[in-house]
Design a protein around this ligand. Structure first.
Ligand code: FE2
Length: 361
């Protein structure tokens, strides 16, 4: 089937934060990103500052307002630090923007050309759920650092084998999952890869529903969650309450050596959700033979799941912000293309123990 909205890749994930200098220091020192470009007062940007961080094919941007009354400051006061743009690299920005709008998307930014001595970059954006946009970018005619106006930086991190964005998960309000599923189908030609209902994803107390949407070439994967009725407040309700509406819940970053990656992250102080020891006692029975040493996985708290095509290893951080909102997943795929359904129950019970501590269950 022809791809009705070709997307090359996720170009970058932009966060709006209160303090981009400190946020970039955290991502550099914990996740090992290199700081590669900067935009701010010194480069002639009077109202906002931007730090660009890279590791292999992952590119994160941290942007902060420099003055009161900036629209960015308003959004941050609403949500706390948040993912604002999951930006797609496309062949033709004007075609992509026009096509998306004609299929029902709301424009987030009209096509614009940015220019400096290194060439030109074309950018536009469309709005998705909450205050999140999908930028549409093409940098084929540009050979400078990130975007025109930015200066190169060379502040190396100590990379830990993070390769690329595996998937980005959005939390939306009760009853809105199918609205956004249809939006991704209609506007971006995505297909529904997998669905999970409240029977797949439920514990004694809480449940949620999720559908995984994938782009035409399969490179971009967006699970969309909504809360389902449960005895107590679900983690999705908790997110929606503290975030102030729908938004990006987690970004999964892919590694090819999860033991190395997670050992380094833990040594550098990133906190992860833990499952009980009993999870590992039943592991081999559930997933069969795996290459990794189970004691080592248990020590680090890494989870394993198997599907028809292979298995995957994954682990989830605790929220990285003060609000119980955004967190990270580290995922290592060994053939499996799924999302760890076999781990949902153990995982959500672990999240509930955290919610209990926060008094938000
Ligand atoms: Fe995930």
């Amino acid at each position: 089937m022809a791809d009705s909205f070709p997307i090359r890749r996720i170009d970058h994930v932009r966060h709006y934060v209160n303090n981009a200098r400190q946020a970039s220091y955290f991502y550099q020192n914990v996740f090992g990103f290199n700081i590669t470009a900067y935009n701010g007062l010194e480069t002639g940007s009077k109202n906002q500052v931007d730090y660009v961080l890279e590791q292999n094919d992952l590119r994160l941007v941290f942007s902060a307002p420099l003055r009161p009354g900036h629209p960015m400051a308003h959004a941050i006061s609403e949500h706390g630090d948040f993912v604002q743009d999951i930006c797609f690299e496309v062949d033709d920005v004007d075609w992509a923007h026009k096509t998306a709008v004609s299929r029902g998307a709301e424009s987030g930014a009209e096509p614009v050309t940015w220019e400096d001595d290194h060439g030109t970059v074309r950018y536009a954006a469309i709005k998705t759920y909450g205050n999140v946009v999908h930028g549409l970018i093409n940098r084929d005619k540009y050979n400078g650092p990130f975007l025109p106006g930015y200066r190169p930086e060379n502040i190396p991190g100590d990379p830990i084998g993070l390769i690329e964005v595996d998937h980005c998960v959005g939390n939306v309000e009760l009853g809105k999952m199918n609205t956004w599923v249809k939006w991704y189908e209609d506007v971006l030609g995505f297909a529904n890869l997998i669905s999970f209902d409240d029977k797949d994803i439920s514990t004694e107390f809480t449940s949620l529903m999720s559908k995984v949407m994938a782009s035409g070439n399969g490179r971009v994967k967006f699970p969309i969650n909504e809360p389902a009725e449960g005895k107590k407040k679900s983690q999705i309700d908790e997110f929606l309450e503290f975030f102030g509406g729908p938004g990006v819940q987690h970004v999964a970053m892919r590694t090819d050596d999860i033991i190395h990656t997670v050992s380094r992250l833990q040594a550098r102080g990133l906190s992860f959700l833990k499952v009980p020891r009993t999870y590992y006692e039943a592991l081999e029975e559930r997933v069969g033979k795996i290459d990794e040493n189970i004691d080592e996985l248990a020590e680090l708290g890494i989870l394993v799941d198997r599907d028809d095509e292979g298995y995957l290893l994954q682990i989830f951080s605790k929220p990285v912000t003060d609000r119980p909102t955004i967190f990270y997943e580290i995922i290592h795929r060994k053939g499996a293309k799924s999302f760890g359904k076999g781990n949902f129950k153990a995982l959500f019970e672990s999240i509930e123990r955290e919610q209990e501590l926060r008094g938000t269950l």
